[in-house]
Design a protein around this ligand. Sequence first.
Ligand code: ADP
Ligand code: SF4
Length: 690
Amino acid sequence: MPDTRRDPRYDILFEPVRIGPKVAKNRFFQVPHCNGGGYRDPSAVAEMRRTKAEGGWGVIFTEQTEIHHSSEITPFIEQRLWDDRDIPALARMADAMKSHGALAGIQMAYSGINGPNFYTREVPLAVSPGPILTFTPDPVQARAMDREDIRDLRRWFANAFRRARAAGFDIVCLYGAHGFGILQHFLSRATNRRTDEYGGSLANRGRFIRELVEDCREAVKGELAISLRLSLHEPGPEGLSNAELRDFVAMHADLPDLWDFAQGSWHACSGTSRFSDEGAQEDLVRGMKALTPRPVVGVGRFTSPDAMVRQIREGILDLVGAARPSIADPFLPRKIEEGRIEDIRECIGCNICVSGDKTGALSRCTQNTAFMEEWRKGWHPERARPKGPTGRVLVVGAGPAGLEAALQLGRRGYQVTLAEAGRVLGGRVAAERTLPGLAAWGRVADYRTGQIAPMPNVEVYRESRLSAEDVLAMGFPQVAVATGARWRADTVARFHLSPVPQEGIPVFTPDDLMAGQGPEGGSVILYDDDHFYMGSVLAELLVARGCRVDFVTPSAMVAEWSDNTLEQGLIQARLLERGVTLHLSHAPVAFGPGGARLACTYTGRERDLSGEAVVMVTSRLPASPLWDELRARRAEWAAVGIAAVRAIGDAEAPGPIAWATYAGRRYAEEMDAGPAGDALPFRREIAELL
Ligand code: ADP
Ligand code: SF4
């Protein structure tokens, strides 16, 4: 039954779409995405996918699934379908995906030239020989497959197809996008140097894909739909261009049941909001539909239903692909269906989720604090558990931690008072959203303030800086101190654990710059020992203010950690384009009138750098005088009715925004739970002993 609250403009999003032998109930298509859990955390991943089913997605995919042990991408943790023993975990996932009428898809990958095989120790097999192409220059090379190897590979895929059918999947996606997946390696001149019938012409380079699709149809007896996921534009002079891909699609118009197009590299496809807009691949995918009778899906960090509708009405896409928007809000389709557009928790495009995969950890989401905690901790992206015995809670500070705590406590039914020193809610995101490229980060505050506003049990007091005296006088039984952190004005961080001399030169912090202070011109030395986004963002800001910027970092590259958010190369390129001078592998020995003395971090060789001012992007200190004072007066708590005071988020230990929202959620979830003792605070699965 269509929901009557739905805006009729969005009806088109809820039309069913035929995909070969299957029918998707609507056009919401969760494309494959990694999550850092994979084969190591099967139930955690399955439960995460279940929330998407519940949230109304028409098609839900696994992350990439390695089809054979001869190609694996350790240290990245994805899915495996190496033998029959992998079927039950994937069956659990398929089951969860189908729990609300979605189609369950499995993405199959054979990594070829991308798989170093660190775990299985097999010699990597590739279309053409050469060094393994991953994010790290692994000292491993692949050998070329001969015809017999290709026959073996087809059989291994066929085994995987049969296993996928046994596991209960509806759609098989053959992965050849982002530079990953042997399908792309066959198609692309860059990775296919063969001179046999699998190399040379486009028809020859496409031969393996044709054979594989035929093998798949046979293996699954035509019962499962087949999707081809290909790159829209492979970077590099020999990469598979958009024009060549169009030729391929025209030549094989009805080969798969669905075409799934993903922009060139993973970095381009999963661009952050700092570097790419919603719907960024539109020009590359426009016109594809005219080449094929099969439905087309594409991505674009779509969070706006109007943007989705437009791409469908204009004949660009049939299905709206989404990974990150589905992570940030698994209930995105249902909220559109129910006419609750303002409740959509929009992805901010920060790629913290990607960093979970890149670091081999379980992924987090800045916006959806329940992501990957659905099974481990029983958290849900929309629902809160019933309240405990405490009546009233005081949350001090309305940054990401305080706002999330207040929202989740409010949902649980507590009487919440949120006191914020400033006039604007949002804490650090209220400031950071004004920086170049970070406007979308404001959604962290907007979503939460929007959700809290109509809650009768959450009262918000702005311009209410509380002292310890105030908190004691108010007598709330539970108090969360979410007062955040401030940037240090010295060099103490990772390289220097003690400050270096810094007399006779003006020194500014990121907080100063965000408050509108700091240099408006002249030459500025920016010292970055933080290595994430802040240093480069402030360099951009200073350039925009008319400053000449010398960027000094002990690292061999700019913003080193942002490699985990797929931004490092883009950041370094942007600074170079903006005329910022880079002083890599250098750290200050001292700052003084007229500049700094730097030392090479490898040789210790020293040199002078002139500058009129310094901006330190080093580390942060919890801004917790309130917490310190309340702790010092612990003996007075009981008399005024306080049972517990906790510091949360940056006030406890500074970290990225996602750490703060998580801390807020955790506080709200665990308040009233009683002491956890020494027990593990989450569920986990342990490898089976043989
Ligand atoms: P987090 O990332 O942990 O949420 P933020 O720094 O973003 O931390 O936010 C902290 C918020 O707390 C800021 O908005 C700040 O104005 C507010 N704050 C700091 N001290 C007090 C205080 N004593 N009383 C009320 N609000 C405070
Ligand atoms: Fe979006 Fe950031 Fe969440 Fe990833 S972590 S889904 S980019 S909000």
